[in-house]
Design a protein around this ligand. Structure first.
Ligand code: SF4
Length: 463
């Protein structure tokens, strides 16, 4: 089967040839390359370097809220499964400590243009707790009037009143975990949420005034078939979310314990996954969505698509964004910050996170100080991941290099991509074709110097 629409045409043969294992590049170097010798002192040094400068990029803030009431078997997030809502108060207490320390080093004047609550399940928190957290954030950060405030929502945990309350707190973007509407699939992954529940939540979000509504789907789940996923797409398209993310399920039971509860025999075959992917792509494009890159689709007038068309799309830990280069300060267990030429990641476990803060230290567990070559490669990879174009003169001027010489070996490795019509390489730069947008990860990883070294991480394929 081909996914053929005016915008983009992808064949099975192309996918078989160019679908590679690789990172998703929400950062470069990727988190598996962070080092344990990057300490809280390093984090502080980068925060304070920013505090002393007059021209700084704006801030993006991320808060990791790890609690969930039940385990979805496919989940690969860092979460805590509990029914004890009393745990939230303690977590908020330490979040406040961490924010106070970070704001103390960074200063509170910088404009904050983006906030994202991820998890876990952010709506595990009660209305009062979410209100408390927003007051905490507003006391430490200076949000602009047009800041993007986004929250991930598990439809099972919200009512129309919760959504109105979230809009009242200033949230203007929601992202719903839909995954699959088929009852057999939902049972096989332990996540029961009938279509009516999702519909109620999406309609209530719109009524509450949310500007952008995203829905996540996952293909490759147990019990999924081509026709069952076709029905899921019918139902989701009817609800007209502004954006749709179509993730593939990576079955890594050795790494994620919960996935051992999924019977391997129930998983669709590699061939079925490919057909489900191609059918989904065709259906979403036929329904009027535009392909942004990797797993993301958006309506034509959605700002993500407008930015893609203008060449102003960016990528950070929150995925694709229209917001230009920001420093990202992230709070909570395992959260990753990016400040200047550094990344730092907090303790993976909640006990480690609390312990550091209790002892009066930032909870940095590992991180990375980028070299000049890392910064250059990060720019190249991120531009490619956003569909380019990657213009050599601009890179040459910014980094004082001769791109064609510096990346001589990498450009040679890109010849098969050029021959297949996925990219065009000229003396001016690298231009990604519409069908090439599906394979940007493969193009980007050619520039990843760290892939020449061994890693303990297992990367997934596109399909
Ligand atoms: S998928 Fe979301 S709700 Fe389910 S266990 Fe993972 S973080 Fe929690």
């Amino acid at each position: 089967m081909n996914a053929a629409v005016p915008d983009i045409e992808i064949s099975e043969e192309l996918i078989r040839r160019f679908d590679t294992l690789g990172p998703r590049y929400t950062s470069y170097p990727t988190a598996d390359r962070f080092r344990a010798n990057f300490s809280a002192q390093n984090t502080i040094r980068y925060l304070e370097q920013r505090a002393g400068r007059s021209h700084n990029p704006p801030l993006s803030v991320y808060v990791h809220l790890p609690f969930c009431e039940s385990l979805c078997y496919f989940c690969a997030c860092n979460k805590i499964i509990t029914n004890d809502h009393g745990k939230v108060a303690e977590y908020l207490h330490y979040l406040d400590r961490e924010m106070t320390m970070v704001a103390g080093h960074l200063g509170t004047e910088r404009e904050t243009i983006q906030l994202h609550f991820g998890g876990g399940t952010p709506t595990f928190l009660s209305a009062d707790e979410l209100g408390q957290l927003m007051r905490m954030l507003r006391s430490h950060f200076n949000f602009t009037a047009d800041a993007e405030l986004g929250i991930e929502i598990d439809p099972r945990t919200v009512s129309p009143d919760t959504l109105a309350m979230l809009a009242g707190l200033g949230f203007n973007r929601t992202s719903f975990g839909v995954q699959d509407f088929d009852p057999a699939v939902q049972e096989a992954v332990n996540r029961i949420q009938p279509r009516e529940m999702v519909e109620t939540a999406i309609v209530a979000s719109r009524r509450a005034g949310f500007e952008s509504i995203n829905a996540d789907l996952i293909y490759g789940l147990p019990k999924q078939t081509l026709s069952s996923f076709d029905r899921t797409l019918d139902q989701l398209i009817e609800l007209v979310p502004d954006r749709i993310a179509l993730y593939n399920y990576a079955h890594l039971p050795n790494r994620f314990k919960g996935q051992r509860l999924i019977r391997a025999a129930d998983l669709p075959s590699a061939e079925d996954r490919l057909q489900i992917f191609l059918m989904s792509m065709r259906r979403l494009l036929d329904a009027g969505y535009r392909y942004i890159g990797l797993d993301h689709f958006a309506k034509p007038d959605d700002e993500l698509n407008v930015a893609r068309e203008n060449g102003t799309l960016h990528r950070n830990f929150q995925g694709y964004t229209t917001r230009a280069e920001c420093d990202l300060v992230a709070f909570g267990m395992s959260a990753i910050s990016k400040v200047g030429d550094s990344y730092s990641q907090s303790s993976h476990s909640v006990t480690g996170y609390y312990k550091h803060l209790e002892e009066g230290r930032l909870p940095t567990e590992k991180g990375c100080q980028l070299s000049r070559d890392d910064v250059l490669r990060r720019t190249v990879i991120m531009e490619i991941m956003c569909g380019g174009p990657l213009r050599f003169p601009a890179i040459n001027q910014r980094y004082e290099i001769d791109f064609i010489r510096y990346f001589d070996a990498e450009l040679a490795r890109l010849i098969p991509y050029q021959e297949a019509g996925l990219i065009e390489i000229t003396v001016e730069g690298i231009f990604v074709s519409p069908k090439g947008r599906l394979f940007v990860r493969g193009v980007g990883l050619v520039f990843d110097k760290y892939l020449r070294q061994p890693t303990t991480s297992s990367y997934s394929k596109l399909i």
